[in-house]
Design a protein around this ligand. Structure first.
Ligand code: SF4
Length: 397
C-alpha cells in the first residue's frame, strides 16, 4: 500500500482537533512518554503544549545530542536552472512570472560547485525547476556525474520522475532526493498549482517511494508552511515520515521546515506560523522521530536559526544563493526573460532586473545572509562542530 492510500484513511480531522483543543495536562502526559505516537505528536504541537515549551526544548536538545552528537552538518543549494513549466502561485520561478531565466551548462555548474568546494562545502543540493526541454534527465545525469567527481555528496531537488528515470541519476552518483509535498491539503494544493504536471497531488506524494525504489540513500520530505493550517501540515508530514520509516527503512530520512519567503509574483502567505510555533514544531518532530534529520534553511533569519540549532536541527544550508549562477555569475551570457512562458526582450520588471539586470532571478529572498564561514563560526560558538563532509563514496564500496 502506498502512502497515498494510508494518507486517505488518516483521521486528520480528529488529529487536528486534538492538536487545537488538548489541555496542558494531556500534553504533559504525551511529553512524558518515551515513544511518541501520532496522537501524542498532535498534543505536543497544540497551543496548550506551548506552555511546556521549555521542557520540550530541554528534552529535544538532549535527545538530539544523544543521537547525533554535538555536530551540525552544512550543505549548500546549487541552482542549475530556473526554467519551469508549472505555475505554483507561491514560487518565483512560476512559468508566468516575467523573470530572468537561465539553465547552466555542465561546465558552468562545475564552476559553481568549485566555488562551493572552495568555501568548504562537500555536500550540495542541486535544484532546478521542472522543464523537460531545458532540464532533461540526460542533462541532470551529466551534471551529477561532473559534480560528484569533485563533491562527495550530491542530492537533488528537481521535478518528480518515474523510478526508471531516477536510476541513471543514482548511477551517476546522486545519493539524496528532496521533494516537498508543499501542502498536504488537497483543496489548497489544487488552488496553488494552477497549471503544469505538478497539479497531480498523488503523483507528487508517491515520489519518495519511487526515489527509494531507484536506490536513493537519503530521502527528504516536508511541507511549505504558509499555505494551509500548519498543524494539519505537520501532522501529515509526521504521518508521511512514519510511513517512510516503516517502508523505506534503508534510506536515511530528513524533514525540512521551510516557511514561505517573499519572491517574484509577490505571493502573500495564506496562513501564519509564528517563530515560537516553529520552535515547538522542531521539538515535536525531534521527540517523535529521535533519529530523523531536521533541516533548516536560510529562509529563517540568523538569530532564530542560531536559537534553533541546539534544539534538534541537524542539517543547515549556509551562504545560499537561490538563482542559477549565484556563486560565480556563471550563465549571465545566456540569460533571457520570459513572459507567460515565452522568451521576450529583457524588460524592466523589478524582479527580472534585480536592480542591475546581471543575474538570473532567485527563487525567493533569503533571510540569513551570513556567509558559510560566518554560519560555521556561529555553530562553533554554540559549542557544536560544523561538519562539511559526512560521506565518501568509499563508504559505499
Ligand atoms: S515550486 Fe518548483 S515546480 Fe513550482 S514553479 Fe517553483 S520551481 Fe517550478
Amino acid at each position: 500500500m502506498s502512502f497515498v492510500a494510508e494518507f486517505n484513511s488518516l483521521p486528520l480531522g480528529s488529529l487536528v482537533g486534538r492538536a487545537r483543543d488538548c489541555t496542558v495536562s494531556a500534553a504533559r502526559e504525551s511529553l512524558a512518554k518515551d515513544k511518541i505516537a501520532l496522537a501524542d505528536f498532535a498534543q505536543l504541537i497544540s497551543p496548550a503544549a506551548g506552555e511546556l515549551l521549555e521542557t520540550m526544548g530541554r528534552r529535544s536538545h538532549s535527545l538530539t545530542q544523544r543521537r547525533f552528537g554535538k555536530v551540525i552538518r552544512l550543505f549548500a543549494p546549487l541552482y542549475l536552472s530556473n526554467e519551469c513549466i508549472n505555475n505554483c502561485k507561491y514560487c518565483g520561478f512560476s512559468r508566468d512570472n516575467p523573470i530572468l531565466r537561465v539553465t547552466l551548462s555542465v561546465d558552468e555548474a562545475r564552476r559553481e560547485a568549485r566555488a562551493l568546494a572552495a568555501y568548504g562545502f562537500r555536500n550540495i543540493l542541486l535544484v532546478a525547476g521542472e522543464h523537460p526541454k531545458f532540464i532533461s534527465n540526460g542533462y541532470l545525469a551529466e551534471c551529477v556525474a561532473a559534480l560528484h567527481a569533485e563533491i562527495p555528496s550530491v542530492s537533488l531537488e528537481v521535478g518528480p520522475m518515474e523510478t526508471a528515470d531516477y536510476q541513471p541519476l543514482v548511477a551517476a552518483g546522486a545519493d539524496g532526493l528532496v521533494v516537498y509535498q508543499e501542502t498536504y491539503d488537497r483543496a489548497v494544493y489544487s488552488d496553488m498549482h494552477t497549471s503544469g504536471p505538478k497539479r497531480n497531488f498523488e503523483w507528487r506524494m508517491e515520489t519518495p517511494e519511487r526515489a527509494y525504489a531507484a536506490g536513493f540513500r537519503r530521502i527528504g520530505i516536508g511541507a511549505l508552511y504558509g499555505l494551509a493550517d500548519w498543524r494539519y501540515e505537520a501532522l501529515s508530514v509526521a504521518a508521511h515520515a512514519e510511513y517512510l520509516l516503516r517502508n523505506c527503512w534503508k534510506a536515511s530520512l530528513t524533514i525540512s521546515l521551510p516557511r514561505l519567503r517573499p519572491c517574484a509574483g509577490e505571493f502573500q502567505p495564506l496562513t501564519h506560523m509564528s517563530d515560537r510555533e516553529l520552535v515547538q514544531l522542531v521539538c515535536g518532530f525531534r521527540l517523535m522521530f529521535p533519529d530523523v534529520g531536521l533541516v533548516l534553511s536560510t529562509r529563517e533569519p540568523a538569530k532564530l536559526r542560531d536559537g534553533l540549532f541546539p534544539l534538534g536541527i541537524t542539517l543547515v544550508s549556509a551562504g545560499s544563493r537561490t538563482e542559477p549562477g549565484g556563486y560565480t555569475g556563471a550563465g549571465k551570457e545566456h540569460l533571457h526573460q520570459t513572459v507567460r512562458g515565452r522568451i521576450v526582450e529583457t524588460g524592466s520588471s523589478e524582479w527580472a532586473t534585480n536592480g542591475h539586470a546581471t543575474n538570473a532571478t532567485g527563487q525567493f529572498n533569503i533571510a540569513d545572509e551570513r556567509s558559510a564561514d560566518e554560519v560555521a563560526k556561529s555553530i562553533q560558538r554554540l559549542g557544536y562542530e560544523p561538519v562539511w563532509k559526512d560521506w565518501d563514496t568509499a563508504l559505499t564500496a
